[in-house]
Design a protein. Structure first.
Length: 191
């Protein structure tokens, strides 16, 4: 039997593992309960539906992103602040990487659920925080691409050989370069 304090966390971990392995739609509450070796009634005590589990996962594991956005909104809009936003976002993505992998692999499901809109709102907030006021369209694209680079890099390098921390730092370096280029106005990138 699970200790009471970590039951919710264990349910979330097992559910996320099964969602990633089988897909959200193909995973049942019964399978989650069986893998946890608890009754469905014990599972229902904490979560009534799969969506409740997923929403709680999203809320709990993306809390550092919400904290980052709140922090960033109170900072001066300098290049250094924006670089720090990307650094902290990189760490938050690393911590929540299983959830983001799930979201990438289950985009249709995520889009249908409330978490899809929440995620979109977070991305728009982050974009605004790192964007350059009155930037050219190309520089706006660079800033948004910095965020997408962080997500794409996490997926593209997940199976690549190498130290996970070095891979995270490489992705962060490229994202920071994109965003910094937009802020400095240097656009000559001819080889």
């Amino acid at each position: 039997m699970m200790a009471r304090g970590n039951t919710r966390q264990r349910i979330q971990d097992v559910a996320l593992e099964l969602f990633a392995e089988q897909g959200y739609e193909k995973t049942s509450l019964r399978e989650i309960a069986e893998k946890l070796d608890v009754t469905k009634a014990a599972l229902y005590y904490h979560f009534k539906t799969k969506e409740d589990i997923l929403v709680s996962l999203f809320r709990d594991r993306t809390a550092p992103i919400d904290e980052l956005i709140t922090w960033a909104q109170g900072q001066p809009s300098t290049l250094e602040t924006k670089q720090e936003i990307l650094r902290r976002y990189s760490e938050a993505l690393d911590t929540a990487s299983p959830l983001f992998r799930f979201m990438q692999e289950n985009q249709g499901t995520v889009h249908k659920l409330s978490i899809g809109e929440s995620f979109k709102d977070r991305m728009l907030s982050l974009r605004e925080l790192i964007n350059v006021p009155d930037a050219s369209l190309a520089d706006q694209v660079r800033c948004m691409s910095a965020l997408f680079t962080m997500h794409a890099g996490m997926f593209a390098l997940k199976d690549a050989e190498g130290d996970p921390e070095e891979k995270r730092k490489a992705v962060l370096e490229v994202a920071t370069e994109l965003m910094s280029q937009a802020h400095t106005g240097i656009t000559d990138v001819t080889p």
